[in-house]
Ligand binder design. Structure first.
Ligand code: SAM
Ligand code: SF4
Length: 333
């Protein structure tokens, strides 16, 4: 342990320098692709405290992680979430603190998050029609999210991106409108293919929209130039010519992005998942709780975990059962 700095390099030579940490499994929305209508959430004491989250992030940054994404569930519904952002926002070695949110709390929190050191935010917006938005999120109010988006634009983040999951028969008629909205607001947009995570109330195959088809549609409406932009994530980007907007495509089905995978995920229970689509994991919570004043065992377990990071996921839409039983809100999107 004395010879730090150490790096996280897996058995395939990939360096892990990006973590996504889910700070809660709870959410004020119940998006149809993400959750079942009836969800049971974890009891409080089975969830990492914010102090434990901060400790974990500091350890990962010591191990060469330069980018941290805070996610959930809905991270901003966690009480005192802002404390965590302030605690880690200016850590030496952490180049990028970023956030994925449904936007419902941004109208009041955007400026404070920016001040705490959050560089970029992703806001999930699947529809621009209030009724449809309500139908997809089950509980969400579009107006509030759009207010949050405007507050974020005003706060001056380095980047704002909409995340959209297109579902056949639900919102796939809004593809161009969503892109035009991003262009009008001078922000980016990414289309995420629906992934078979957790049991929801429809079959994934029935709603699946491939990013290849979405790209084809958008190419018929806009002049798109392949972009060299690399966000450090799996998205492939296209620049909409004559605008400030990039369109990203996150395509776990049609484009396998595992080869260059540089990330791991940590659930709100402190489970370190080495791959979003596989079950390989290490439980960090006991190590945190049994060694309150010694990071050594934690560091060793994280270093050892690199040996079990799998080569890649193997999502298959035709399988009746979900690829993994945990929901995206549990693992953290
Ligand atoms: N609540 C926040 C939000 O909605 O942005 C953060 C957590 S959410 C799990 C992160 C991202 O995962 C969102 O953009 C959401 O659209 C996406 N997502 C959730 N379930 C998904 C699924 N089954 N397939 C693809 N994307 C999913
Ligand atoms: Fe909540 Fe985000 Fe999942 Fe929607 S996608 S239910 S907002 S965690």
């Amino acid at each position: 342990m004395d010879n730090l700095p150490l790096k996280l390099i897996d058995q395939f030579g990939r360096q892990v320098d990006y973590i996504r940490l889910s700070i809660t499994d709870r959410c004020d929305f119940r998006c149809v692709y993400c959750m079942a209508e009836d969800m049971t959430f974890l009891p409080r004491d089975e969830v990492l405290s914010l102090e434990e989250c901060a400790r974990l992030i500091k350890v990962f940054v010591r191990l060469g992680v330069t980018k941290v994404r805070i996610t959930g569930g809905e991270p901003l519904v966690r009480k005192n979430a802002l404390w965590l952002f302030k605690e880690i926002g200016n850590l030496t070695g952490l180049n990028e603190l970023v956030l994925t949110t449904n936007g419902s709390q941004l109208n009041t929190q955007a400026q404070a998050l920016k001040n705490a050191g959050v560089k970029r935010i992703n806001i999930s917006i699947d529809s621009l029609k209030p009724e449809k938005f309500k139908q997809i999120t089950r509980t969400g109010r579009l107006e509030k999210v759009l207010d949050g988006l405007q507050a974020s634009i005003h706060a001056g983040f380095e980047g704002i991106k909409m995340n959209t999951v297109l579902m056949r028969g639900h919102n796939d008629d809004e593809t161009t409108d969503l892109v035009q909205f991003a262009i009008d607001n001078k922000i980016d947009i990414s289309f995420i293919e629906e992934m078979p995570l957790g049991e929801v109330d429809h079959t994934r195959e029935s709603t699946f929209v491939s990013n290849a088809d979405t790209l084809k549609l958008l190419q018929s409406k806009y002049l798109l130039a392949p972009s060299t932009h690399n966000s450090g994530g799996p998205a492939r980007y296209w620049q909409v010519s004559g605008t400030q907007t990039k369109i990203g495509f996150i395509s776990p089905h049609s484009h396998n992005f595992c080869e260059s995978c540089n990330r791991v995920r940590i659930t709100c229970k402190g489970e370190l998942y080495l791959c979003l689509g596989q079950e390989d994991k290490v439980d960090l919570m006991p190590l945190l709780r049994e060694n309150p004043n010694d990071d050594g065992p934690l560091i060793q377990a994280i270093l050892d975990s690199m040996r079990i990071k799998p080569k890649g996921h193997d999502f298959d839409l035709r399988r009746a059962e979900p690829a993994v039983v945990r929901f995206m809100s549990h693992t953290g999107g």
